[in-house]
Design a protein around this ligand. Structure first.
Ligand SMILES: C[S@@+](CC[C@H](N)C(=O)[O-])C[C@H]1O[C@@H](n2cnc3c(N)ncnc32)[C@H](O)[C@@H]1O
Length: 272
């Protein structure tokens, strides 16, 4: 059987991210985002450092979530100023102060324009947004000359083909479910370098990091929690039944799981 695992079905029937799934007020939602950050932050930090974060650099972290990247930029990252933007900044607000400010805003709004920055970063955000090309152009327009746009979203190396394990079947159902409910789409993320080039950015680069799905890894706990929050939508895809989802959960909890999680493709480019 061939299933395109990341092609979305009918998109976004349930409202956007944070409306019908992953609402920030749900118990444990901040902790779930933090589990993802634990898996990927070291890669993001290393990349941002390599791209020149440091004193006097004005940064904007878009869709900041719990703010682990924005908080790092404003402290150990040594950035001059950091603006953490999210539709809901409740998780970052307690850390505001010093170099870190927060802004509650919808980045898809046509009038979204919080200023000009030397670094604009968005991780695991554009995957959830409609009209992402327009949003991407809007983020490019936040750059000061010479500024760097750094975008990150998932790539999934495991679900396209065999083996047809419960884990991989659950992942296929999850991507399909996220597409059908909140409009998530990761089918385009390998195109990031070309898309950045088409935005007129130069010095385009990219890298992929894929965490191992092994016992006790934060990413394993992240997917368990994410599946629990999307279980009904996963079942509604018809790609899995409750038995498969229970088997997939059991596999991740088994103490012997060994697979690849979806990874993070990070791509960047500079405004001339
Ligand atoms: C999956 S979380 C990623 C959080 C963080 N960037 C990270 O990598 O840990 C997606 C974040 O984007 C925010 N978001 C989604 N749509 C948004 C929009 N239209 N405007 C602003 N923020 C948005 C959500 O509120 C959420 O905090």
């Amino acid at each position: 059987m061939t299933i395109d695992p990341v092609a979305p079905g009918p998109a976004g029937a349930g409202g956007g991210y944070g409306e019908s799934l992953f609402e920030p007020w749900q118990p444990g939602e901040g902790e779930r985002i933090d589990l993802g950050s634990l898996a990927y932050d070291h890669v993001t930090r290393a990349r941002l450092r390599a791209l020149g974060v440091g004193p006097e650099v004005r940064c904007c972290d878009v869709g900041a979530g719990t703010g682990t990247v924005a908080r790092w930029l404003a402290t150990a990252g040594g950035a001059g100023e950091v603006l953490a933007v999210d539709r809901d900044t409740r998780f970052v607000d307690p850390y505001a102060g010093g170099a870190l400010r927060t802004l509650t805003a919808d980045i898809t709004a046509p009038d979204f324009d919080p200023g000009r920055f030397d670094l604009v970063h968005a991780r695991f955000v554009l995957m959830h947004l409609p009209d992402r090309h327009r949003v991407m152009a809007g983020l490019r327009d936040l750059l000061a000359p010479g500024g760097c746009l750094v975008l990150g979203d998932p790539v999934d190396l495991t679900t396209a083909g065999p083996p047809d394990t419960p884990y991989r079947r659950a992942m296929r159902a999850m991507w399909r479910a996220l597409g059908a409910t909140i409009g998530t789409d990761i089918s385009w993320t390998p195109d990031y370098p070309r898309l950045l080039r088409e935005l007129g950015l130069t010095g385009v680069g990219a890298e992929v990091f894929v965490p191992a799905l092994v016992p006790d890894a934060p990413i394993t706990a992240f997917w368990l929690d994410t599946w629990d929050r999307t279980r009904e939508a996963m079942l509604a895809t018809g790609l899995v039944d409750a038995g498969v989802l229970d088997e997939a959960r059991a596999a991740l909890l088994s103490g012997t799981v060994a697979d690849l999680s979806p990874g993070l493709v990070t791509a960047w480019g500079r405004l001339p």
